[in-house]
Design a binder for this molecule. Structure first.
Ligand code: GLN
Ligand code: ZN
Length: 761
């Protein structure tokens, strides 16, 4: 009979127990022993949960106190010199120093750089290596956690980041070739594998998700070398795990590596089953990732069963493992905990625990158990009828989707014409100043919002408090002389949640946490039905703010791509269709804002870049619909209405054409942290419309001096025209304190005034 297993489980705990313990430890309230005890308890609970759900083999070493890539670096002693003194005193403190920085006992260390784990919202720490890097097996976490699982009576399979993926995810500080370090790294891996075998592990899982990326010949060679060496090491049998996409042109390579099993993602890439089965040598185990480890829906039994039967016919039930597509790290733990959710909705959803239970039923059905087959039939029927549930299909929305015309994605006139019309309507000075939207979210504002939510503060009092805050923000901006004002977003907790709560088709969970990095979790909204806007969402606050001042106030919306990207999205419609639905709803909001007299409207798209597919060949298709959705949102307004957008990251080089194609009148971007480095993109490509490269790094409490901002603008003026330049911070100010924001924005406004004297437009 086939084995049910999984590549990894969420670490944070149903009630975010790990988060609490970590944060208590960092603030000195919880000692190391108690933190480690919490971690141990969570591991034990999660293994038991996996086993109770029906898994035959559970993963070990998938747990991490902070991040599994950091764990790997520390395990092999890839610890940059600056952290070593902290490690020498206290290894746990050293580990957290690499994760979060360390500022005490005379140390002032920055954390390692953090970046996104493939196309997920999980962030890993980027190991820092150098040309003569030495690796040594110094830790025993994988062995210890394997033994811990076994002592609790589980069959465990240790999980490790594979050596090639580890190197590819690292960076060298001296720009030397990462893969050149393979020879140095492999003996340490080999030693670890031997220790795992000695501890009794019969299998080990080596995660090589880089095998779904575009790889060059040198990387292929590295894979061959690495796995030949590991096969010769005499460790446990190796399961080579790939996920987040199709192996594609790396399939022949993956199938040829001397490993005992291959895990493939058949959710993102169901079409690869035929080719994988054809390529896989007969003696291999196939771990079939048939249910979605990245989303929250129950699987569709007819499709899954067909795949499993096909696989079983070819490899036989003993060599077939049934698993989620990837680690369950990316989904919440238990939908049963969502007691407030409508039960019919809940019945269509599966979090980590339910996914394992589903796998069990598939395995039983494959083995011929009629009860299991009947359960799957019932699940299929349930999902078939899902479309009949009120709200899943909204005929008005569907009609609008069909009626989308190319005209809807167009402004009335080209930018050159709009520019003149806007200059007349808005009468802004050269180098206009503005901010990105949010102002400091004071304790008072947060409390008022929480009390209102909890029903402890009535609508009228809440409104009065928010109005007072808006007025304070407006008066401040007027006083320091900013040009395009904002209302400050005091009524918003989160830029997606705020809109999701007002749109049809979204639902929110209570405990649906997913780890973003370290102790940080997000609770993504769930898009389950057609998205529609029953009524205006932001017009009241925007018009209130505008009523206070003769200066233009910017309306503030979260864009369709970001709404999509930061949610769990229904799986019965293509993502681009859902994005179009959101775009239509937001388009109505844009029009209502315009009709209410708002002349400047910002549509934030901070997640635009992170939606990019992992394979370059798929970029154009994504960019085409993402740009179109933005344009539909912004389309149709008068030439005099100025559309802004905002993106807060600094890698524009490879998407700059698409960003220009969005045709926003003004874009604000993050640049100050990289000291305007990103402007390199604008040397190659002449960005046509208005642009505000950030001059104030809002991620830091530091207050920049006027001269620093002026210098950044001078740098920007080397590649941008003075008549297209705006002056603004990198991002919203919500996480900063007024004591920092006040002087910083005063300096910014003063810098702009000074610069206006220097330039000619
Ligand atoms: N308007 C939002 C703010 O100012 C934008 C946030 C973001 O880019 N992430 O907070
Ligand atoms: Zn931002």
């Amino acid at each position: 009979m086939s084995t049910v297993t999984y590549a990894g489980f969420p670490r944070i705990g149903l009630k975010r127990e790990l988060k609490r313990a970590l944060e208590a430890h960092w603030s000195g309230e919880l000692d190391a022993a108690s933190l480690l005890e919490t971690a141990r308890t969570l591991r034990a609970r999660h293994w038991q949960l996996g086993r109770d759900a029906g898994a035959g083999v559970v993963p070990s070493n998938d747990f991490s106190l902070y991040d599994h890539v950091l764990d790997t670096a520390v395990l092999f002693d890839a610890i940059p010199a600056r952290y070593r003194p902290v490690f020498a005193k206290d290894p746990l403190a050293g580990y957290f120093a690499m994760a979060r920085g360390h500022k005490r006992d005379g140390f002032d260390l920055h954390a390692l750089e953090m970046t996104k784990w493939f196309d997920t919202n999980y962030h890993y720490l980027v190991p820092e290596l150098e040309a003569r890097q030495k690796f040594r097996l110094v830790g025993d976490k994988p062995v210890a956690e394997f033994l811990e699982a076994r002592a609790l009576g589980h069959r465990a399979r240790p999980v490790l980041v594979g050596p090639v993926t580890f190197l590819l995810l690292s960076k060298t500080v001296d720009d030397s070739d990462r893969l050149a370090l393979l020879d140095a790294l492999l003996p340490a891996y080999a030693e670890l594998l031997q220790k795992l075998a000695a501890a009794g592990a019969d299998w080990v899982q080596l995660d090589e998700p880089c095998l779904v990326l575009d790889l060059d010949a040198a990387t292929h060679a590295a894979y061959r070398k690495a796995y030949a060496a590991l096969a010769a090491a005499g460790g446990p049998k190796i399961l080579l795990a790939t996920y987040f996409g199709a192996l594609g042109d790396n399939l022949a390579l993956a199938a040829s590596l001397p490993v005992a099993g291959l895990h493939v993602d058949l959710v993102r890439a169901p079409q690869q089953l035929d080719t994988v089965l054809a390529a896989l040598p007969a003696d291999r185990v196939l771990s079939a990732g048939v249910i979605d480890g990245r989303n929250v829906w129950r699987s569709r039994p007819n499709a899954v069963l067909a795949r499993l039967h096909q696989a079983q016919d070819r490899v036989g039930s003993e060599q077939l493992w049934i698993a989620p597509s990837c680690s369950l790290l990316h989904v919440p733990i238990d939908i049963e905990a969502e007691t407030a959710l409508d039960p019919t909705r809940r019945a269509t959803m599966a979090f980590a625990r339910q996914k394992l239970e589903e796998l069990r039923v598939y395995a039983d059905a494959l083995a011929g158990q009629t009860e299991a087959a009947a359960a799957l039939q019932a699940q299929q029927t349930l999902l078939d009828h899902q479309a009949e549930h009120v709200g899943v299909k909204n005929p008005a929305v569907r009609a609008r989707l069909h009626a989308i015309s190319p005209q809807m994605a167009l402004r009335r006139s080209p930018y050159a014409t709009r520019r003149v019309a806007q200059a007349e309507a808005l009468t802004l000075p050269p180098l206009p100043t503005t901010t990105i939207g949010s102002f400091p979210q004071t304790e008072e504002v947060r409390k008022a919002r929480a009390a209102h939510r909890a029903g402890k503060l009535d609508d009228a009092s809440y409104e009065a408090r928010i109005k007072a805050e808006v007025e304070r923000v407006i008066r401040f901006q007027e006083r320091i002389g900013l040009d395009v004002l904002v209302h400050g977003e005091p009524e918003r907790n989160d830029m997606v949640e705020y809109f999701g709560e007002q749109l049809d088709g979204f639902l929110f969970t209570k405990l649906g946490w997913v780890q973003s990095y370290g102790s940080r979790c997000v609770k993504p909204p769930v898009i389950w039905g057609d998205v529609a806007r029953p009524q205006p969402m932001t017009v009241t606050w925007a018009t209130y703010a505008q009523s206070l001042t003769p200066k233009p106030v910017k309306g503030m919306l979260t864009g369709p791509v970001t709404m999509l990207q930061w949610s769990f999205v229904r799986d019965d419609l293509p993502r681009e269709t859902v994005c179009h639905e959101i775009a239509l709803a937001l388009r109505d909001e844009v029009h209502d804002l315009e009709a209410a007299g708002i002349q400047v409207i910002q549509i934030d798209e901070p997640a635009f870049r992170e939606g990019l597919p992992l394979r370059r060949a798929e970029w154009p298709a994504y960019l085409a619909w993402a740009v179109e959705c933005f344009r539909i949102t912004a389309g149709g307004v008068r030439d005099t209405t100025q559309i802004h957008t905002h993106m807060c990251y600094s890698e524009f080089n490879d998407i700059i054409e698409a960003v220009a194609a969005m045709d926003a009148d003004v874009i604000s971007i993050e640049t100050s942290r990289s000291r305007m480095e990103l402007l390199d993109a604008f040397v190659r490509f002449k960005y046509p419309n208005g642009i505000g490269p950030g001059v104030y790094d809002i991620h830091s409490p530091r207050v920049p001096a006027k001269a620093e901002m002026t210098e950044l603008v001078h740098k920007a003026l080397k590649v941008l025209r003075p008549d297209q330049l705006w002056i603004n911070p990198d991002c919203g100010l919500k996480t900063r304190r007024w004591a920092e924001v006040e002087p910083a924005l005063e300096h910014m406004a003063a810098s702009a005034r000074e610069l206006r004297g220097e330039i000619t437009v």
